[in-house]
Design a protein around this ligand. Structure first.
Ligand code: PMT
Length: 402
């Protein structure tokens, strides 16, 4: 039984998906978890507390004051749990969590919790895609709340789209994965990772970019996840699928990548920037497709912001920042200068002069340069093995700051 001895508060908020909470509760119990259920007033409209009480074998808490006029101790509940799982998490509950409101028992338990909180959003397509909901989810993620993706499918409104809660079996797997990861070296750590190229538009059909496929970044995401980290992957267009469980934030341009990195970095324990970010972008991208007229065409370019250097300026004493350097000459010298200039703890150097290294290949050959001037050179290895070795060197830096 994978959840033996684990204490889980199952929070249920008002959504038609609340009928699935009965299955979630049953699955958690069948894996050996002890479950206490907290329901909001609106959740009670969708499923009865009696059902959850029978399944959880515990009284169900629905308000700050019990029917016998005694106090429901939300602080005790927050301290009791190893995990608070809110499934379904309605738009209203997510908004209250993001704003720190305390208007019902579930919100009070959330605010008192010292354990991790996982939420499984459920709502209609348009509500899910509304900028307010995206903002609330981003705020929660940046504070370490584990936010499950929704799935696309038929919704209670009859519409088809994003916003369906994950199926109970998938939620159970995520809970089990969360606990199985807990004794790994990066358990409980959130790491920001950038990967892939950026695309800087010239007009609606053309852009400036580079040859990055995202293979190195995906290998790093996997290695970080296997070490127990929660990975936020801010990535330009990738030629590889993103592994399950990685929080993927897709972007196109350097400006978007900067914005997303700045949004997530404050809530992270560290960051690894493996993206090949365009250094220049067209000054005024054309609204309409440029027509060719046989004459020369000059593009005015302006520098993009250096994302890594910006994070280096904002880095706090307990965050670890790792950059990459892709060089073609004077490799060690250039990488050393980037390490210092961008205020990094570690830089991963790869050179296009090494056969099998760099863009698009399944292999890489890297040298790690540390702040204390130590260098470690690896032979040509698969990108997966290279990533594991980079992460092995990253772990002591993170732990030194813990
Ligand atoms: O994606 P693949 O096909 O697997 O290829 C992998 C890779 C070659 C892209 C990868 O191994 C790699 O070297 N990534 C960094 C490429 C790069 O842009 O290097 P750079 O030396 O120009 O940049 C130095 C560092 O600053 C990098 O961490 C980069 O992410 C960052 N940077 C650069 C420019 C900019 N405007 N903002 C940045 O944050």
């Amino acid at each position: 039984m994978r959840l033996s001895g684990k204490r889980i508060i199952l929070g249920i908020s008002g959504s038609i998906a609340a009928y699935k909470s009965a299955s979630i509760c049953r699955l958690l119990i069948s894996e050996g978890a002890e479950v206490q259920v907290v329901m909001t007033e609106s959740a009670i409209q969708f499923i009865t507390p009696l059902t959850l009480s029978v399944l959880s074998k515990n009284p169900v808490a629905t308000g700050m004051v019990r029917p016998d006029q005694t106090w429901e101790n939300h602080i005790e509940k927050g301290l009791w749990a190893d995990l608070i799982l809110v499934a379904p998490a309605s738009a209203q509950t997510l908004s209250a969590f993001a704003e720190g409101r305390c208007e019902n028992l579930l919100q009070a338990v959330f605010l008192s919790a010292r354990c991790p909180v996982m939420v499984a959003p459920a709502m209609d397509h348009d509500m899910y895609l509304h900028p307010s909901t995206s903002h609330n989810l981003a705020v929660l993620k940046s504070r370490g709340t584990l936010v499950l993706d929704t799935v696309t499918g038929e919704l209670a409104s009859g519409l088809y789209g994003e916003g369906r809660m994950q199926e109970p079996e998938t939620i159970l797997e995520r809970v089990c994965l969360h606990f199985s990861n807990r004794n790994l070296p990066l358990s409980g750590k959130t790491i920001l990772l950038s990967a892939g190229p950026t695309r800087e538009p010239i007009d609606p059909v053309r852009f400036i970019s580079n040859h990055s496929t995202g293979k190195m970044g995906i290998a790093l995401a996997q290695a970080l996840q296997e070490s127990g980290a929660h990975v936020i992957l801010v990535a330009g267009p990738l030629q590889r699928p993103v592994p399950k469980g990685i929080e993927h934030v897709p972007v196109e341009t350097a400006a978007q990548m900067l914005m997303e990195c700045l949004r997530y970095f404050p809530g992270c324990d560290g960051a690894i920037m493996s993206a090949a970010v365009a250094d220049y972008r067209p000054v005024n991208p054309h609204d309409q497709k440029l027509k060719k007229n046989g004459a020369e065409l000059n593009l005015n370019l302006e520098p993009t912001a250096d994302i890594l250097a910006t994070l280096g300026q904002q880095k706090s004493a307990n965050q670890v920042l790792v950059g990459f350097a892709l060089e073609t000459e004077n490799e060690l010298e250039h990488a050393q200068s980037k390490l210092e200039r961008k205020n990094l703890d570690l830089i991963v150097l790869n050179s296009l002069r090494d056969v099998g290294a760099g863009f698009g290949t399944d292999t890489n050959k890297v040298t790690l340069l540390f702040r204390d001037k130590k260098t470690v050179e690896f032979p040509l290895l698969s990108k997966d093995e290279t990533a594991r070795r980079i992460v092995d060197s990253f772990i002591p830096l993170i732990n030194a700051n813990a």
